[in-house]
Design a protein around this ligand. Structure first.
Ligand code: CTP
Ligand code: CA
Length: 226
């Protein structure tokens, strides 16, 4: 469809991208995290900047260099910190692309000192649910065009379409995790879904996929928001 590599399809638009995992602290030396490397989100931020957008990148704990052309990077650790940073950055933005793997739960309380092992006993952690960043943006008046990601291990299309609808998104990028694809890998394969359409982006380097994703986001944005 719109293979406009190198065109400034997002010129004049403010784009916020979230990337990477979140870490939810248990005590001063331990946390609950996930396998997101941040590579896909950083590639999307890079592609959006190359497409002419003014990009703010909100990054969870990753060891990746800021892509050239990204105007502002905000480093966060927890889902709550990411929620606050994205909410602030998204005010006045045209597009939010939520590529971060946001932790769904956090420990109810963070122990002030290192937890000590109780020999022979199981340990239970009580977890509280984190706010949904995308859904909370969708509930706001005048919110940006919203793009979510869905990494699934099964039933990719039905889970992705359900998230699209449930969270009030404009587009969702779904990928099957596992089999050398997805988290902690260089390659990915993505299907984009929106209310009345879809597009298949076959297995490729994350930088290539990110450019294609940005092209589709730009054209759907134009269709919906002029
Ligand atoms: N997301 C978010 N805030 C959260 C959790 C997820 O904004 N607290 C966003 C992610 O950045 C991603 C999208 O929602 O763009 C889908 O994330 P995913 O984990 O697949 O969706 P969940 O609704 O958390 O469903 P589940 O983990 O149960 O599959
Ligand atoms: Ca989740």
């Amino acid at each position: 469809i719109v293979a406009s590599f190198g065109e400034r399809v997002l010129a004049g638009l403010k784009v916020v991208v979230s990337a990477g995992p979140t870490y939810e602290d248990i005590d001063p030396v331990r946390f609950i995290g996930n396998r997101s490397s941040g590579k896909m989100g950083f590639a999307v931020a890079d592609a959006a900047a190359q497409a002419g957008a003014q990009v703010t990148l909100v990054a969870g704990p990753v060891s990746l260099a800021t892509p050239q052309g990204v105007s502002k990077r905000i480093d966060v650790r927890s889902a709550a910190q990411m929620h606050a940073a994205v909410t602030e950055a998204a005010a006045g933005a045209h597009i939010y692309i939520g590529a971060a793997a946001v932790g769904d739960y956090r420990p109810n309380e963070v122990a002030p000192h290192k937890l000590k092992k109780q020999n022979g006993q199981d340990l239970s952690l009580q977890l509280a649910q984190n706010p949904d960043i995308l859904a909370s943006l969708a509930a706001q008046q005048g919110h940006p065009f919203l793009v979510g990601f869905a990494a699934e291990t099964q039933n990719v299309e039905s889970y992705a379409r359900d998230k699209l609808q449930r969270k009030g998104l404009d587009m969702i990028a779904a990928n099957q995790v596992g089999d050398g694809l997805g988290f902690e890998t260089a390659d990915n394969a993505i299907t984009l879904y929106w209310a009345d359409g879809s597009a298949q982006l076959p297995r490729a380097d994350k930088a290539v996929l990110a450019r294609q994703l940005v092209d589709h986001v730009a054209s759907r944005y134009r269709v919906q928001r002029g």
